[in-house]
Design a protein around this ligand. Structure first.
Ligand code: SF4
Length: 239
């Protein structure tokens, strides 16, 4: 399924003026406007919009992706800028550094209890509430459409998109018998995946074949034997 018919479908049903046609530019401006609303102006609860974005990222990212470099990729910013934002959150007690248990070298960043508590004041919640008011079908259409747009933007920037395990080429769900509990694991990291982690975004995600916008997807047969992990960068070892 391509993005265009879905975009038309969404705009036809939900445009406030009842328009059945809307230009690509006008639709992109609506997306950008929503982004500005979510980003907020100035400081809220003493935190800048960049600091809020970082807290949200480290809340949603899985354990392979909670690094400065991965946050910089996700936020489409430089590593230096991302590093300054993260340092300010560490110094305020909202993030803590932990040495990676995988290699003992890179540093991962986790939310502290104070970081989790401050997220309750996140100005972004206004946008979350607006999404919650949409009918279920509209939310599914919107998710599909925005996912396709994210993948196209990532392709244009020469970046791989972030994603979750359920749509990833490296995801495996083993079940010896139908009645048994499913054992989910990542074939790239060779580690188990918990139910909670299934919904977290991953820097190493590769779209599985069959998912929307998966033109660059890697199927099992094409999967590189030793892919370079995006969270395995020297930058994250010295942080
Ligand atoms: S299965 Fe894919 S998305 Fe999940 S942890 Fe592995 S690489 Fe990341």
């Amino acid at each position: 399924m391509t993005a265009e018919p879905l975009v038309k479908k969404v705009s036809k049903r939900y445009h406030p003026l009842g328009l059945t046609m809307i230009s690509n530019r006008a639709l992109a401006e609506i997306v950008a406007h929503l982004g500005r609303v979510a980003y907020c102006d100035g400081f809220v609860a003493g935190l800048s919009s960049a600091q809020w974005a970082a807290l949200r990222y480290f809340f949603r990212a899985n354990r392979f992706s909670r690094t400065v470099s991965a946050f910089a990729d996700f936020h489409a910013t430089t590593r230096g800028t991302a590093s300054q934002t993260v340092k300010s959150l560490v110094s305020r007690g909202y993030l803590k550094r932990t040495r990676s248990r995988r290699d003992g070298r890179s540093i991962t960043l986790d939310l502290t209890d104070a970081g989790l508590a401050i997220l309750a004041e996140d100005p972004f919640e206004a946008l979350v509430g607006a999404v919650g008011h949409l009918p279920a079908e509209a939310r599914i259409d919107l998710a599909t459409t925005l996912d396709a747009m994210m993948k196209e933007v990532a392709r244009q920037r020469g970046k791989r998109p972030f994603g979750t395990c359920d749509a990833c080429a490296y995801f495996a769900a083993d079940r010896a018998e139908p009645a048994q509990e499913c054992r989910c694991r990542c074939r790239l990291m060779e580690e188990p995946i918990s139910a909670e982690e299934m919904a977290q975004v991953c820097v190493n995600y590769v779209p599985a074949l069959g998912f929307v916008g998966d033109d660059a997807a890697v199927g099992a047969a094409e999967r590189p034997a030793q892919p370079r992990l995006r969270d395995d960068r020297p930058d994250d070892r010295s942080y």
